[in-house]
Write a new protein. Structure first.
Lengths: 701, 484
């Protein structure tokens, strides 16, 4: 005994420090799997401290009947044993609690347990102080009763103890519960029916059932549908509280402002005892009120079907099919299939593996026909189906009869017609259908609405025939605007069915101008440029503004071009050769873009090769861009050198532009040469000091 | 006697004390074995949730963010303040302004005359939402949108404010909001990028838009926003060169893949299979992208709905239509920027054009998503980076005025994706300077957007430079009142 006691005391100290430490840093704790069995022994061990504490209390209660020396021995030994088993049970309980229990009850149980453990440990320390000992002992007894009760609640359920006495079912409220039974009845129950029930029926009024309410009382009807102002219930509630007639009577629980508001709006809506939240239209005042003030947030929807394995889901995913679980805690699966041109039937049939789990399926824009609809019919828990712009018809929907849970159906842009009604009728859970851009006429939609009163039929945007908008002008289909005479020119428009009209003689186009049908050959007739003026017409639209497209003569095409220095200030510098000879001439006064080769300090030096074709050349034209902020000429001079071997260069012409005041003239710089064949030409354009020139194209005539 | 012995054991001397401490340390040591991360500062409960899955089931699957760059004036669009018209030309009371710092542009101004909207307001829809005459089409859809009039931000200049709006921080080194969604939820359609960016420019005074706004920051570069070109061909270099058909391309890719595979077998570089995958994606994009960008198949009245500008590439209307098509095809996050809302002066003249540019197409986008049954699963957000002052910047005349930057309040709207429809949330004071009811900070907006998309903004983190980063940093509260 003498040796055992200090040992026990040390062990107790050790375990309590451990407990305190674990409690303090609980958030950091990660329980390895091999410790888990220890936690799970909690239910096994906990009965020891329960029994020991009761025993300890009894022992102390009968203290006087026992011989003092042996009492002290037994009492202290039992106390150590109690403390030991208590701390053991608490530690195990703490480990067990980390396995994912999470409830208020657990928190209560845990803290009572921990407190109890330290109370018992305190008993050991206060052993010498009998008064304190007594008080703590009784605290401990209460603790074990309370803690034990919470613990039992955890394993058996909170109402386990009193269930046989208090058994009553709690109503589950969801969006399909009538507003009346979900929200109105509870108000009546808590504020009215204590006096207005079949037993008491004050004022000859019973408010416990809808039938009794409809019957009314001695003062008439309780409420009048659509007429909250004249409804007795609300009138009485609105009277000043001192008034004899005010209900509920003074001293009884009163209706809150929120409850009165709900009653008012529900009565104004028609006092329909069957209408549910789900049936209310979006934007409806009753719906808004319920949403904002009454509806408890709907948690993750609960499903009865099982999870599928992550492996199955992974296998079903491919570049054209996305299969994803709603959340880690929901077994429901969303599926989207993409790519009209890549669609294969097995993309749909393979969903058989998750047929119970698929609740959302989006097949928009795919070539779905009646043939594939059978696979969709197998998805028994489907809630949301998108078939927009698929190739289905009304009959295709027959396969959906087996989708009893289908709530939303998007059919926009399909060929469905009025016969769709019979297939929709069979879908009992249906809440909303989207039928925009289908063959349904306005009157068909009216029929749908009257035949399916619980379903919201969304017909979408209907254009206003009065609204006339201006068309955009025709666009140029050609990639460039530099052509050789006789090249094909084509115009286009994003809108189908427009008439494009154009002129080639600079006159303003109108509906009598030439109609564009297909690409036409543009004859430049020896001119350097040709303007096409064009505009578009379409019924129901205002004609577009006229637009001009200018085409430039390509002139002589060099056999090759070489630029000695690619230029500056542009990320496209490497493309200088291309910029100078592509078929695009830019007409805008702008800064840097891929259309301009830019030079400051160092000049443009382009060597142009005509050694194979050897045409006769009389003119070189540089098409340049002038920055809109430019004040004085950026160009010093342009010079043309000629050579037969690219080694010896001979100056042909040099022109200074340093003092040019009319900057517009710099946009097209023409250098005339003595007309003859040149093998190689070197064109040099030197910018002025601290100026930048931008060159867009080189022409040779 | 025995009693004394017990008491002796219970009385502590130094030796006992030290001996017990040793036992205590033992207890601590044993306990610490269960806490591998005690000293690393990481909480076991902060464990990373799986990427690619929503944290909880939520309605919204995709987002379209319509950024009105330059900050549209809330006082001329959604926040109706008739008192300002009554107080035309009167001085802004210092009690209202409080400690608000001003931009360099008006800090030197001697007087701050109040000015009301030159444009009239009316209530629209069953919800009775106030909208100005500048936005007649948005006015028609007020019952589908949730207006938030009590937004506020920290920054007072465009770049930091826009960066804050985009990344949750004013300095530009964090991932953009779209990158966070790409990171957290992945792509819905494997044939398209998860995050696309579209740019357009109005005629009004513009402010810069830089690619840092759709940067992936410290996230993997695959989460970067992909900017589509404002031309007829939004994604360049996707067509096969002349003379190569799809069959040939397929054969070429197969062969290339087998060669790459050889390389991988030899070197084991993970970039090689990544490259093979990219070639395959590009191959699939060759069919997927034309299906999306082809506007000609849209019914005529869709073009009427968005307005004829939707046929001109690079306009806001064309971008709205393209945004719908991208979103419909499973692009997780589509972001539009429309420049030109920075009306420091000549507000009356400029804002008309700006509003006209965006009004029809913004409303059309929401209507179009709705008629396809997609509005429920697509969240649309229309927002600038801050608001504008209730006093005039520059010269105040009867017919014209300007407004400076104002971070204390501005109005935005959201639609679809689990947001309450037909609601106005939050309130500013009579002079439209301070928020008096339900303020919503940018961090709160981010937290709410993430919540609507099924992500817990406190749980989507990425470890970088030794700490875990979030879009909302250490802030943000979900605005529960606007959740449907």
């Amino acid at each position: 005994m003498k040796k055992a006691v200090p040992f026990f005391l040390n062990v107790l100290f050790f375990l309590h420090v451990l407990l305190a430490f674990l409690v303090l840093f609980e958030g950091y704790m990660k329980v390895p799997f091999w410790v888990q069995p220890l936690g799970r022994m909690h239910p096994l061990v906990l009965h020891f401290p329960v029994a020991f504490i009761v025993l300890l209390v009894m022992l102390n209660f009968f203290k006087k009947q026992l011989e003092p020396a042996s009492f002290e021995k037994i009492n202290f030994a039992l106390l150590l044993l109690t403390s030991f088993t208590t701390v053991l049970a608490t530690l195990m309980g703490l480990l067990l609690s980390l396995e994912g229990y999470d409830s208020e009850l657990l928190t209560l149980h845990k803290w009572v347990g921990i407190a109890l453990c330290f109370v018992i440990y305190a008993l050991v320390w206060c052993y010498a102080y009998k008064k304190v000992f007594q008080v703590l002992l009784y605290v401990g007894l209460i603790g074990v009763l309370v803690g034990g009760h919470f613990g039992a609640g955890l394993t058996h359920g909170t109402n386990f103890l009193m269930e046989p006495i208090t058994a009553s079912k709690e109503e589950i409220v969801d969006e399909n519960t009538p507003i009346y039974s979900a929200y109105i009845v509870p108000v009546l129950k808590s504020k009215c029916t204590s006096c207005h029930n079949p037993q008491k029926h004050k004022g000859d009024l019973d408010l416990t059932t809808i039938e009794a309410i409809t019957k009314g009382g001695e003062n008439g009807d309780v409420w009048l549908a659509h007429n909250p102002e004249e409804s007795l219930l609300l009138k009485r509630a609105a009277l000043p509280i001192e008034d004899e007639e005010h209900m509920p009577p003074e001293g009884k629980p009163q209706l809150t402002a929120g409850e009165i508001e709900l009653m008012q709006i529900w009565i104004a809506h028609g006092a329909d005892d069957q209408i549910t939240y789900a049936q209310l239209k979006e934007g409806d005042t009753l719906k808004q009120l319920v949403t904002s003030k009454w509806l408890k947030s709907i948690e993750d929807k609960q499903y009865e079907f099982d999870f599928v394995t992550a492996k199955t889901i992974k296998e079903l995913n491919n570049p054209y099919r996305t299969v994803v679980q709603k959340s880690p805690t929901s077994p429901a699966i969303d599926v989207v299939i993409f790519g009209r041109s890549a669609f294969q039937e097995n993309n749909l049939t393979e969903l058989e593996k998750v047929k119970d789990q698929v609740v959302y399926l989006n097949l928009a824009n795919l070539p779905i026909t009646s043939k594939q609809m059978g696979s969709i019919g197998k998805l028994g828990n489907l809630e949301h189906l998108v078939l927009n712009f698929t190739d289905i018809s009304s009959e295709s929907l027959a396969s959906l009869a087996s989708c009893a849970k289908l709530e939303t159906l998007s059919l926009s842009g399909t060929a469905i017609d009025a016969t769709v009604l019979e297939h929709l009728k069979g879908l009992k859970s249906l809440k909303e259908v989207f039928v925009w851009n289908t063959n349904l006429e306005a009157e068909d939609i009216e029929v749908l609405r009257s035949e399916l009163p619980k379903v919201i039929i969304n017909e979408g945007y209907i254009p206003n025939p009065e609204e006339e908008l201006q068309l955009t002008p025709p666009t140029l289909v050609n990639e460039g605007n530099i052509i050789s005479s006789g090249d094909l020119v084509s115009l286009g428009h994003k809108m189908n069915g427009v008439t494009i009209q154009y002129t080639l003689d600079e006159s303003e186009p109108d509906s009598t101008s030439i109609a564009f049908e297909k690409a036409f050959s543009l004859d430049l007739k020896g001119k350097r440029q040709q303007t096409i003026k064009t505009l578009a017409y379409k019924e129901g639209w205002l004609p577009s503004k006229p637009v001009s497209y200018v085409f430039y003569d390509r002139g002589l095409v060099p056999d090759g071009i070489e630029v000695l220095y690619p230029g500056v200030l542009s990320s496209y510098t490497g493309d200088t050769e291309k910029i100078l000879t592509d078929a695009v001439r830019n007409n805008e006064k702008i800064g840097f873009s891929k259309f301009w080769a830019s030079y400051n300090k160092k000049p443009l030096e382009a060597i142009v090769d005509f050694s194979v074709s050897t045409p006769k050349i009389k003119e070189v034209v540089l098409s340049c861009g002038i920055h809109y902020k430019q004040k004085k000429s950026p160009l010093d001079f342009v010079g043309v050198w000629a050579s037969d071997d690219k080694v010896k260069w001979q100056l042909v012409k040099k022109k200074s532009f340093a003092n040019e005041n009319n900057l517009d003239r710099l946009e097209e710089i023409s250098i005339e040469l003595p007309q003859k064949s040149y093998k190689y030409l070197k064109i040099v354009a030197q910018p002025q000091k601290e100026q930048t020139i931008r060159i867009n194209q080189l022409f040779f005539f | 006697m025995d009693k004394e012995v017990f008491e002796h054991y219970l009385n502590t001397n130094r030796r006992h004390f030290l001996g017990k401490m040793a036992m205590g340390m033992g207890g601590v040591a044993l306990g610490s074995l269960l806490m591998p991360d005690l000293l690393t500062g990481k909480k076991a409960t902060e464990e990373q949730l799986p990427l690619g899955l929503k944290h909880f089931a939520a309605k919204a699957k995709r987002i379209i963010l319509l950024v009105q760059n330059g900050a549209p004036s809330q006082l001329e669009t959604f926040d109706y303040k008739p008192k300002l018209n009554d107080m035309f030309g009167q001085e802004l009371p210092p009690s209202i302004r409080g400690e608000q710092k001003l931009t360099g542009m008006t800090a030197g101004q001697e007087s701050f005359p109040l000015v009301g909207s030159k444009f009239s307001f009316k209530q629209y829809g069953e919800s009775g939402t106030w909208v100005s005459e500048l936005l007649p089409n948005i006015a028609k859809i007020t019952d589908d949108i949730c207006m938030i009039k009590s937004m506020h931000t920290d920054a007072i200049n465009h770049d930091p404010a826009l960066t804050f709006m985009q990344t949750g921080a004013q300095v530009g080194n964090r991932p953009s909001i779209g990158s966070w969604f790409s990171y957290g939820l992945g792509s819905e359609n494997q044939n398209l990028p998860a995050y696309c960016v579209l740019l357009s420019k109005g005629k009004g005074n513009g402010q810069g838009v830089y690619s840092k706004l759709w940067s992936n920051g410290f996230l993997d570069s695959s989460h970067q926003g992909v900017q589509l070109s404002a031309s007829e061909d939004p994604i360049l270099y996707l067509n096969n060169p002349k003379g190569m058909d799809r069959e040939t391309r397929r054969k070429m890719l197969d062969h290339l893949a087998s060669l790459n595979q050889l390389g991988y077998d030899e070197f084991g570089d993970p970039e090689i299979p990544a490259k093979i995958k990219q070639y395959e994606m590009a191959f699939r994009m060759q069919t997927a992208v034309p299906e999306i960008t082809d506007v000609s198949k849209e019914p005529d009245h869709i073009k009427k709905l968005y307005g004829p500008d939707c046929m001109v590439p690079g306009t806001y209307a064309a971008n709205c239509l393209l945004a719908r098509k991208l979103s419909e095809s499973g692009v997780r996050f589509v972001q539009l920027y429309h420049q030109g809302w920075d009306q420091h002066n000549n507000l009356v003249g400029e804002i008309k054009g700006q509003a006209k540019d965006v009004d029809k197409a913004s409303a059309a986008l929401i209507t179009d998503l709705k008629q396809r049954g997609l509005l429920d699963e697509t969240l649309v957000v229309w927002s600038g980076e801050f608001g504008r002052t209730n006093y005039c910047q520059g010269k105040l005349t009867k017919d014209n005025y300007g407004r400076d930057h104002h971070p204390r309040c501005f109005s935005i709207f959201m639609a679809g994706g689990g947001v309450k429809a037909g609601m106005s949330y939050g309130k500013t004071d009579e002079l439209g300077y301070n928020i008096v009811e339900s303020p919503v900070h940018i961090h709160d907006l981010h937290a709410t957007i993430m919540h609507l998309m099924g992500l817990d903004h406190e749980k989507l983190t990425h470890k970088h430079l030794g700490r875990r980063f979030r879009l909302t940093d250490v802030h943000g509260h979900v605005v529960k009142d606007i959740l449907a």
